[in-house]
Ligand binder design. Structure first.
Ligand code: SF4
Length: 350
């Protein structure tokens, strides 16, 4: 059945090729657009879009944009689609993996919240645009592994699935969840964009706003550094360092990224490493600055997920709370907040 998209669909699903074609109707370069009045508005919308992504709390908040008023006129829709494109440019200029991760999770959840209310032909059509087929109750194992690679809940692990003749069986709602994940993976695979340095330079004030908001969110999330709230894996790595034991390269990476993510500054991190038997200040400084995004390509790293920590042999699961988290940062945030209830599984970058 032929599916016809209306202009509101471009605002709902700005990643579709039709949405991009709609935006390119005026044949303007990005530079020309940015200097136009709509362009100036669109870049502010793009900053707001990223800020919403930073406030977005993962799958539990998937409906954050549900009920939002979508623009109905062409200019409003053009601004909406442009803000999507510009937000991708801004996070690419920021060269921050965690920011890219937050934005793509938000975009996938936003699109999915609209998709849930579409009729079947349109849902199937949009799913196909991201390489996904909704009308199936099982996936070949290889395809299943590919789609679920970033999903950290235990129920998605292959050993917890029912497999028949090389196919992983799925409940209807699980197929929907995989579609959302496929949208996220598709959008994530497209970033960062290769943005000319001159354009990043023009957009620098907006990139700074986004980075400031992100840092603020991290401070709100994690507050003052409190070692007593470290997860067992990070406690074990920090203790090994304190006791003058050598830790592996991947252990150093995980610990450094974790300490940076929770707000410890480079000097404090280097002080911790000075207890290591092979401590070399300039080498340590280089590594810490590289991981925290202050050196080299400016890419900021996020601590590995629990699944990755397990693969690296760095998981030191020793208590119940670990059963409820999928990321050491979630463990830390939970302990910091001192909540009495079990932590929610939140999707964090691997
Ligand atoms: S389960 Fe996660 S948080 Fe707990 S020790 Fe293992 S890696 Fe760390």
């Amino acid at each position: 059945m032929r599916v016809s998209l209306d202009t509101k669909d471009f605002a709902k699903y700005p990643f579709l090729k039709e949405s991009q074609q709609f935006m390119l109707q005026n044949h303007e370069s990005v530079d020309t657009f940015l200097h136009s009045s709509p362009g100036k508005v669109a870049v502010r919308y793009a900053v707001d879009r990223i800020r919403r992504a930073l406030s977005h709390q993962g799958p539990a908040g998937a409906g954050d944009d549900e009920g939002q008023t979508l623009p109905s006129d062409n200019l409003g829709i053009r601004l909406e689609v442009s803000s999507y494109a510009l937000s991708r440019i801004l996070v690419s200029c920021a060269k921050d993996r965690a920011l890219i991760d937050r934005l793509t999770r938000y975009e996938a959840a936003r699109a999915f919240s609209f998709l849930e209310n579409e009729d079947e032909p349109k849902r199937n059509y949009i799913a196909r645009q991201v390489g996904f087929t909704l009308e199936q109750s099982s996936f070949p194992v290889s395809r299943y592994v590919e789609v679920t690679a970033g999903m950290r809940e235990e129920r998605w692990r292959l050993i917890n699935r029912e497999i028949h003749e090389g196919r992983v069986m799925l409940e209807p709602l699980e197929t929907e969840e995989l579609l959302k994940e496929q949208i996220r993976v598709t959008l994530h695979s497209q970033l960062p964009l290769e943005v000319p340095a001159s354009l990043c330079s023009d957009l620098a004030p907006y990139v700074s706003r986004v980075q400031e908001t992100f840092q603020q969110r991290m401070i709100e999330d994690y507050g003052e550094v409190d070692e007593s709230c470290f997860p067992p894996c990070m406690q074990a790595l920090a203790s090994a360092l304190s006791e003058g034991m050598n830790i592996t390269h991947s252990g150093r990476f995980a610990l450094t990224a974790f300490l940076h993510n929770i707000g410890m500054d480079s000097t404090q991190i280097i002080e911790l490493y000075c207890r290591a038997p092979d401590f070399d200040v300039s080498k340590t400084q280089y590594q810490v600055e590289h991981i925290s995004g202050r050196g080299g390509a400016g890419t900021e790293y996020t601590a590995p997920s629990c699944a990755a920590m397990r693969t690296l042999g760095l998981c030191a699961k020793s208590e119940g709370a670990c059963e409820k988290v999928n990321h050491p940062l979630n463990y830390y945030r939970y302990r910091k907040k001192g909540r009495g209830t079990a932590p929610q599984k939140k999707e964090l970058p691997s």
